[in-house]
Structure formats: C-alpha cells, structure tokens
Ligand binder design. Sequence first.
Ligand code: KMH
Ligand code: ZN
Length: 284
Amino acid sequence: MIKIPEDKVIITVAQTGALVTKAMNAELPEQPDEIAESAYACYQEGAAICHIHARDKSGVTTGSKEVFQDIHDRIRSKCKMIIQDSTGGGPNLSFEQRVECIHANPEMASLNMGSLMRISGPYAGKPFANLPKEIETYVTWMRERGIKPEMEIYSHSMLRDVENLIKKGLVEKPYYINLVIGMSYQGAIDATPKYLNSLIDFLPQDAIFNVTPVGAAQLPLTTMGMILGGCVRVGMEDNIYYRKGELVKNNAQFVARAVRIARELNKEPATPDEARKILGLKIP
Ligand code: KMH
Ligand code: ZN
C-alpha cells in the first residue's frame, strides 16, 4: 500500500448515487444543472474528485451518454475537478447501459470488483453482478480511452479480482482502490475500524486507497482513513444525514466537515491537479 503525502488528503464527493431520492432528502442533486452547481460548491470547499451518477428528467437512474456529457460540460465550464463516472450505475441498468458513460470522456470511472446480492428494498434478490470476464471487458474499454479505473471492493474476497487485473497487466500503478464498507448487501463487510484496518493490510503493493463508509460510519471512518494515509469519499450517495436525526443540507456541508477534520490532522485537501499528480493522471 502507498500512503499519499502526509500533508494531503484527496476528497471525493459522491453527490447523487442511484438509490437515494428527493423524497428521502429534497436537496439531492439529480439534474445536470443541480449536479454541476453542487459539484462547484464542493470544489470550492476542497473536493478534488466528483463521482457521478446520472438521472433522467423524471429522476430515474440513467446510463445515457448525453446526460453524462451534459454534466461533464457543465462541471468543466466551472472548475478543474476530476470527473469520475460510475459504471456501477444502478439496479435498473443493463451491462451495456452501465458503461455508456465512458464515451463521455471522464478521467476516471468506477470499476466494481466481485458480485453482491441486494437483500432489502425494491431490488431485494437482484444481484449486483460483476463477473471476472465483465470486469476485464470494462477495464479494457477504459484502457482504450485512457480512463483510470477506481476499483471498488466491498469485502476482502474482491481483492482476488484486483489481483487478477494486476496479473494480466490491465491496470496501471498506482492502483486506486476504493474500500466500500457498511453496504447492507450480502457479501459486503461492516464499517468498523477493525475491518478497515484489515482491508488495508491485504492491499496490494502500489495501491492507494480511498475509504467510502456508508451511512453513519461516514464521519468516523473517513477520519480514520485520513489518519491511516488514505483518501476519503463523502456525499449523499452513501449517507443523507449530517448527524443522527438531521438531514444534510447539501453535499458541500459534508466536504466542508471533511476539510475541517483534515486540517485538525495537519492535512490540506489536495487540489484537482495535486490529486492528478498523486494518482498518475494527465494534467489537462
Ligand atoms: N454507492 C457505493 C457504495 C459505483 O458507483 O460504481 C457504490 C458505488 C458503485 O459507488
Ligand atoms: Zn457510485
């Protein structure tokens, strides 16, 4: 595992996701103008990377290249944030629809390792399937377009899929691995300090890690992630509460808190270009 420079933290904001709705939190940014405006507010607070899911006009998750392109153009007209599209998409999207976004030229895209089973909500019993061959297909298409994969793992067993990509030379150093902890899916691990430490123990050499704790664990375990030399992700995709019983006002509120904590730990949020350097991305 590689620690990022001690005095820096790369903050990703995941603003929308696939499952949160305005009925759960009316401030959820869904449409391209809302996503871009909110991304800019997060950038001003210190976020370097914007993880993007798109919605259609009625608020349903879409893989539409045109909608992603609209979001990218709007964000790029305002700031130099790193754009990281989701190829996890949402449970309503097919394998092909999930990956359409890479034709809208993001610099990074999520690449989910392993498979999980949804066990609650409207999609209970529907798998979140990512078979080894499918992962290899996605990563090959990303490589052809110069897109850096953000490999998401939800349990230790998914490191096997990461190792497979490394062995086959399909991913470049530094490997960027997102440790998602606390998803309420079968096959996912809980968001506890012990599990986080243990995942870090098993990371391959030359891997930078990011921590994405889901729900109330977002605050304590992103703090722990910073202390352990990682990057962190906050945002309404993974958590809609600022604290128990209090809905977050907007995504920037989460970023601002992460930056305050980082500064207490003598770290500064990496700018998008500093983050590009650390992650081995081209500076535009
Ligand atoms: N909502 C996250 C825990 C993706 O977009 O590819 C999972 C995620 C997947 O971010
Ligand atoms: Zn996502």
